[in-house]
Design a protein around this ligand. Structure first.
Ligand SMILES: CC(=O)N[C@H]1[C@@H](OP(=O)(O)OP(=O)(O)OC[C@H]2O[C@@H](n3ccc(=O)[nH]c3=O)[C@H](O)[C@@H]2O)O[C@H](CO)[C@@H](O)[C@@H]1O
Ligand SMILES: C=C(OP(=O)(O)O)C(=O)O
Length: 419
C-alpha cells in the first residue's frame, strides 16, 4: 500500500490547479442512465471514485470512456442490468445515486444498501421515502434495495425532513422523467446540485428554482445527450488554501470561484487567510498570524463538513482556541487522535472539539480512515518539524488527483512511497 511522506517547514508559493469536483462528477455520471444518447462530461478529475462509478455504469450496460489526458468522460447506450452490487456500493456511497435514474428510466433497480462508513451511519431513508411518494414499490431484502414501478414514476410534492445532498440528487434525477410535476422542498443547495440541475436542463429537463431550497421539476418523456463541464472542486481548493496558509504561503487556486466556498470564506478570513477572486482563480494568502475561529458544519452555504478536518489542522497551530462542531456526521473526528500524535492539543467530546493552538507540531507516522481526515494530516505535516508519513493513501486517491505532485509543484517536500 502506498504511503506519502512529507518533510515539513517549506513555504508554499505559486499556482496550483483545481480539478473538477468529485462530488459533482459522481452524480453527473449517473445522468448517463437517464438517456441512451451520449453524455460527455468535461473537466473530469482522474480519481479512483470516478473509476469506481465508471465501473458500476459499465456493469449496468453503458459504454463508459474516461480519457484522462483530455479530462473527458463519455457515457453512451442503454442499461441492460439494473443491479448495483454490494462490492461497488460499499467502496463508494455515491453508487446509490443510480437508484433514482434506473427507476425513472427502466422502472426497476436493485441497489445494495450502502450501510455506514467510517464517518457515520449514513442512512438513505429519505431517498427511499421520496421514491415511494413517487409511486415506487420498495422492499429491503438481504442488504439490497429492490425497487420497481409500474409504468412511470409520478410527480410528487416531497418535503425533506432533513437537508440531504444525496436524496436531493437522487430525487431530482428521478423527477426529470416522472409523469407530472414534482416539488422538492427543503432541498440541499450545494453548488454540486446546481451543477447537476444545469446538466439535466441541457439534456432537456424542465427544472425551476435551481440554487434554492425549492426545486420544481416538470417531468418530460425523454432526455437527450449533452456535453457538460464539471464545476471546480471547492473542497480541493479549500484544502489547498489551508495547506498554503499553514505554511505562511500564498497560492493561486487556479479555476476556483470564490462564491463556491460559502461560509468557508468567512472562516478562513477570520483565521487570517486573505481570499481574493482574480481572473484565473482565487488567491489565498496568509496575512500575519493565524487566529483561532469557531466553526460549525452545516449544509451549504454553511461551513462544509468536507472542510472540517483540514480547518482543524490549520487551527492546531493558530493563536488561541477554536471550537469545531460537526453537525452532519456523528463520527467525523478520526483525525483528532492522529493530529494529537503530531503534538496538537485537541479535546473532542461528542460533536465538538476544542483546539488549543500550539507553536509547533512534530512529524510522525499517521493513519486515517477517511478521505478528508487523511488530507488534514498532510496539511499538518507541511507545518510540522521533521517527517510525517501518511498511511492508507487509497483514501486520498478517492478524492485528490496527484495531490503529492500538485503540492510539490508549489514547493512542498512531499513524495509518494510506493507500497
Ligand atoms: C448536508 C451535507 O453537508 N451533506 C454532506 C454529505 O452528503 P451525503 O449526500 O453523503 O449525505 P446527506 O447530505 O444525505 O446527509 C446529511 C444528513 O442527513 C442524514 N440523512 C441523509 C439521508 C437520509 O436518507 N437520511 C438521513 O438521515 C445524514 O445522516 C446526515 O446527517 O456528505 C458528503 C460527503 O462528505 C458531503 O459532500 C455533503 O456536503
Ligand atoms: C466523504 C466524502 O465522500 P463520500 O460521500 O463519497 O464518502 C467526501 O467527499 O468528503
Amino acid at each position: 500500500m502506498d504511503r506519502i511522506r512529507i518533510r515539513g517547514g517549506r513555504r508554499l508559493n505559486g499556482r496550483i490547479a483545481v480539478g473538477g469536483a468529485k462530488n459533482a462528477a459522481l452524480p453527473l455520471m449517473a445522468t448517463g442512465l437517464l438517456t441512451h444518447e451520449n453524455v460527455v462530461l468535461t473537466n473530469a478529475p482522474a480519481l479512483s471514485d470516478i473509476a469506481t462509478m465508471g465501473g458500476l455504469l459499465a456493469q449496468h450496460g453503458l459504454r463508459v470512456e474516461h480519457d484522462t489526458a483530455s479530462r473527458r468522460i463519455s457515457l453512451d447506450g442503454a442499461a441492460t442490468d439494473f443491479e448495483a452490487p454490494y462490492d461497488l456500493v460499499r467502496k463508494m456511497r455515491a453508487s446509490v445515486l443510480v437508484l433514482g435514474p434506473l427507476l425513472a428510466r427502466y422502472g426497476e433497480a436493485r441497489v445494495s444498501l450502502p450501510g455506514g462508513c467510517a464517518i457515520g451511519t449514513r442512512p438513505v431513508d429519505l431517498h427511499l421515502k421520496g421514491l415511494e411518494q413517487m409511486g415506487a414499490v420498495i422492499e429491503l431484502d438481504a442488504g439490497y434495495i429492490n425497487a420497481h414501478v409500474d409504468g412511470r414514476l409520478k410527480g410528487a410534492r416531497i418535503l425533506f425532513t432533513q437537508v440531504s445532498v444525496g436524496a436531493t440528487e437522487n430525487l431530482l434525477m428521478a423527477a426529470t422523467l416522472a409523469d407530472g410535476t414534482s416539488e422538492l422542498i427543503n432541498a440541499a443547495r450545494e453548488p454540486e446540485i446546481a451543477d447537476l440541475a444545469h446538466c439535466l436542463i441541457s439534456m432537456g429537463a424542465r427544472i425551476e428554482g435551481v440554487g434554492t431550497d425549492r426545486l420544481v421539476i416538470q417531468g418530460v418523456d425523454s432526455l437527450h445527450g449533452t456535453t457538460h463541464p464539471i464545476l471546480p472542486d471547492r473542497i480541493e481548493a479549500g484544502t489547498f488554501a489551508c495547506a498554503g496558509a499553514i505554511t505562511g504561503g500564498e497560492l493561486l487556486l487556479e479555476g476556483m470561484k470564490l462564491e463556491l466556498f460559502g461560509a468557508c470564506t468567512r472562516s478562513l478570513r477570520e483565521a487570517g487567510v486573505e481570499l481574493v477572486q482574480q481572473e484565473d482563480g482565487v488567491l489565498a494568502r496568509r496575512l500575519n498570524g493565524l487566529h483561532g475561529v469557531d466553526v460549525m458544519t452545516e449544509p451549504f452555504p454553511g461551513f462544509a463538513t468536507d472542510m472540517q478536518a483540514q480547518f482543524m489542522a490549520l487551527m492546531a497551530v493558530a493563536e488561541g482556541a477554536s471550537m469545531i462542531t460537526e453537525t452532519i456526521f456523528e463520527n467525523r473526528f478520526m483525525h483528532v487522535p492522529e493530529l494529537t500524535r503530531m503534538g496538537a492539543r485537541i479535546n473532542a467530546h461528542g460533536s465538538s472539539a476544542i483546539v488549543r493552538g500550539v507553536s509547533r507540531l512534530s512529524g510522525a507516522p499517521v493513519m486515517a480512515t477517511d478521505l478528508r481526515a487523511s488530507v488534514s494530516l498532510i496539511i499538518a505535516g507541511l507545518a510540522a518539524e521533521g517527517d510525517t508519513v501518511v498511511n492508507r493513501v487509497y483514501h486520498l486517491d478517492r478524492g485528490y488527483e496527484r495531490v503529492e505532485q500538485k503540492l510539490a509543484g508549489v514547493g512542498a517536500e512531499i513524495e509518494r512511497l510506493p507500497g
